[in-house]
Design a protein around this ligand. Structure first.
Ligand SMILES: [Zn+2]
Ligand SMILES: [Zn+2]
Length: 251
């Protein structure tokens, strides 16, 4: 197993007290890729072929935009991406127009209507497939699976890591699910149940903890609690949303 390139970031993420170390790993990877696509990748024709073909999902395009760094680079990516995508769409729209036009002809028939439906379905299918494509998401799925594999490996092989795991604050719900699925993929039955017992205990405690923090947040609005300390509740709204959804775009 090629451990080191994944082990180091995993250990670093688990050193941070946060609502979800997997969110941290994910975000670091995404930020890295965003900088790459806005920088070195621009000069590599092979990558431009890929970005023209696949583009980026809304989340990752937004991250690129929000860096506010290389507007020209982003413009170049979008310009050639749109040229290629428009060309594909034009052809599909032309196909639709052709059969839809036939439908209106003297020989209007069910056949014509069906052909127009088929052409529309083809466009929809093309869009479905295209919306699934994103240069960053594709790598993200792969890298997160590697990270999960390493977490499971370290859990059973390094006592220090296991302590960090067990004293953490749990995971956001999507990454909790990722760990459950990952344990099925990467562990045998015995180890899986040992790992899941530990994971679920951690998650149970921390779901309870965050709910109590939010509860105290709401109680602080009662004037009788004016002088009571905030405890950990002051930023509990953003942390709870992160916990529930894995959202990272919260200040
Ligand atoms: Zn997460
Ligand atoms: Zn994406």
């Amino acid at each position: 197993m090629k451990e080191t390139i994944y082990t180091i970031p995993v250990n670093e993420a688990y050193d941070v007290k946060c609502e979800c170390p997997l969110c941290l790993l994910e975000h670091r990877f995404e930020a890295d890729r965003v900088n790459y696509y806005l920088g070195p990748s621009l000069m590599e024709p092979e990558n431009r072929i890929e970005t023209n073909k696949k583009g980026f999902c809304g989340k990752h395009f937004s991250m690129m935009y929000n860096t506010q760094t290389n507007r020209l680079g982003l413009g170049l990516i979008i310009d050639t991406y749109l040229q290629e995508q428009n060309e594909k769409l034009e052809k599909l729209f032309d196909d639709f127009d052709r059969v839809a036009g036939e439908k209106k002809s003297f020989f209007a028939s069910f056949k014509g209507a069906n052909a127009a439906d088929d052409a529309a379905s083809k466009i929809s299918k093309h869009l479905d497939n295209h919306l699934e494509e994103c240069c960053i998401c594709k790598d993200l799925v792969y890298i997160m699976d590697r990270y999960v594999e390493i977490i499971l490996h370290l859990f059973f092989s390094e006592e220090d890591f296991r302590k960090k795991f067990e004293s953490g604050l749990g995971y956001c719900i999507p990454h909790l699910n990722m760990l459950i699925k990952g344990s099925e993929k990467h562990l045998g039955a015995g180890r899986r149940s040992e790992f899941l017992s530990s994971l679920f205990k951690l998650q149970r405690d921390n779901m309870q903890r965050i709910q109590e923090e939010v509860n105290w947040f709401t109680k602080k609005f009662d004037y009788r609690n004016n002088d009571a300390p905030w405890g950990n509740s002051k930023d509990s709204i953003s942390r709870s949303i992160r916990k529930i959804t894995g959202a990272k775009e919260l200040e």
